[in-house]
Write a new protein. Structure first.
Length: 185
């Protein structure tokens, strides 16, 4: 398990995604998009109806987050990760369309892990309960779609050095499974 700190930027290229390993610590910079359950449902409904995503998904990273409103003088309020498994029904299709990364907390289904391996994507873990600290990495935020969903609207975030762990890599490795094996030893 690799533990060196590495800086990466979005959009994620295939070679960058392919070089990341489960357990690796990264600092992510660039643009990412927030989306939770309701937004994911709309993504799929739109695609099923022959429409397009509200942003070009190729090489992008979706953060499973519903940011709190920005307090005075701040770019954004608290923006911690939500449980990723709720998006597992939607994620394989989005990964097949070019989504390269997802940020959240908790384990992913075998279907998601299979899609990450097949289409060379990565699942990053953000520390739950640290939403106020993660908000400090956001330098700009703008609602770009589904404003009617309130905190579940799609927000384009510009982040600088967002601290994350690689949980699932393109090689099928899973930090949670590796961690349990190490603990049992």
């Amino acid at each position: 398990m690799k533990t060196d700190l590495r800086r990466i930027t979005t959009p994620l290229a295939d070679d960058v995604a392919g070089s990341l390993k489960a357990g690796e610590k990264v600092l992510l910079s660039g643009f990412i998009y927030t989306a939770r359950d309701a937004a994911h449902k709309r993504f799929i409904e739109t695609l099923d109806a022959g429409g397009e995503m509200p942003f070009d998904i190729k090489g992008q990273v979706i953060y499973y987050c519903g940011p709190a409103p920005a307090p005075p003088g701040k770019v954004i309020g608290s923006c911690g990760p939500t449980t990723s498994s709720r998006m597992d029904v939607y994620a394989p299709r989005l990964v097949s369309l070019g989504l390269k990364g997802m940020i959240g907390k908790g384990k992913r289904s075998e279907g998601v892990k299979g899609a990450l391996k097949e289409f060379r994507g990565v699942y990053f873990g953000a520390t739950g309960g640290a939403g106020a600290l993660l908000a400090r990495t956001v330098v700009a935020a703008k609602v770009i779609a589904y404003e009617d969903l309130g905190p579940e609207a799609v927000v384009r975030l510009e982040v600088r050095d967002m601290p994350l762990f690689v949980i699932n890599d393109v090689h099928g490795n899973d930090l949670y499974e590796e961690g349990m094996k190490s603990y049992r030893k």
